[in-house]
Ligand binder design. Sequence first.
Ligand code: COA
Length: 329
Amino acid sequence: MATQTEGRVYARIAGTGSYLPEKVLTNDDLAQFVETSDEWIRERTGIRQRHIAADGQTTSDLAYEAALRALEAAGIEGRDLDAVIVGTTTPDLVFPSVACLLQHRLGANGCAAFDVNAACSGFVYALGVGEKFIRGGAKNVLVVGAETLTRMVDWSDRATCVLFGDGAGAVVLRPDAETGVLSTHLHADGGHKELLWNPVGVSAGFRPEEKNAGVRILMSGSDVFKVAVKTLDSVVEETLEHHGIDRRELDWLIPHQANLRIIQATAKRLEMPMDRVIVTVDRHGNTSAGSVPLALDEAVRSGRVQRGQLVLLEAFGGGFTWGSALLRY
Ligand code: COA
């Protein structure tokens, strides 16, 4: 689905924030308990370390810290919010949603609050929804991507446990007559769900035939890699074509941080030098829905992304889901 803001009102990112748990797990730490090495992980993924939520620290705790920073940057209070939207696939509970827990802690009682589950594309999806709230008349919308994916990692599976980390990022959207989110392009294909999934739920429950089934991520890494590169290529192309813009007009690419090689493939397609691509995967690992807003916040706070610049966000995740958001920051 594609949507474009047409000469009415844009959802402008008024403030960004992010949060990473204190505990850091390096590749060498991982090699202590699973058969892997720093060299293998860095070469195949670009990851050097990841952050891990402390015992008892939940997704809503991470979301709260990121949200406070975004609200402060936007100069508003929780009570000013009209909607709280959280992209997550690792909620504290089945319900209430992370958004409801967060809304209460922020003192935003009474406003709309709900989660969006699009796995690693969760933030881009949530941004697409938040943008529509602004176009519909909302004044302040909080959009968060927050995950504790390491809670569902099988620490004995070296093919997956080296990839993921925990973290959260947030933005405050406000209406603006001139600048903001220019379009979002959101897609999904549920046809290959078993290439990347966690087959535990409520109504489907365990797959009894699946040995050792439990709360854990199952993935066919090389298949996922190929689909990710292909779909990200197509959504980036679709976005540029939709706006009739040349790839050279883009100032920044802020990609989902799953694997440095996937990021480099997209950058190559865009003919973009890596110094115009925001990379955090080396330090954060794959924080799923947290990854894009974490990278955006880092880029904004370090002064790299400046007001008026053209920024392309993209993400790919389980489902499969994928999408982009083009913004004039
Ligand atoms: N350490 C050491 N060896 C490892 C390993 C690890 N952590 N993980 C896998 N291996 C081994 C495999 O067992 C395999 O050994 P074999 O040849 O003896 O069978 C070998 O490395 C190659 O495995 P393969 O899966 O083909 O490697 P790869 O180059 O595809 O890299 C991924 C694996 C997971 C890093 C890569 O496929 C990937 O990043 N895929 C995308 C995953 C992703 O982004 N998922 C989230 C999407 S949002």
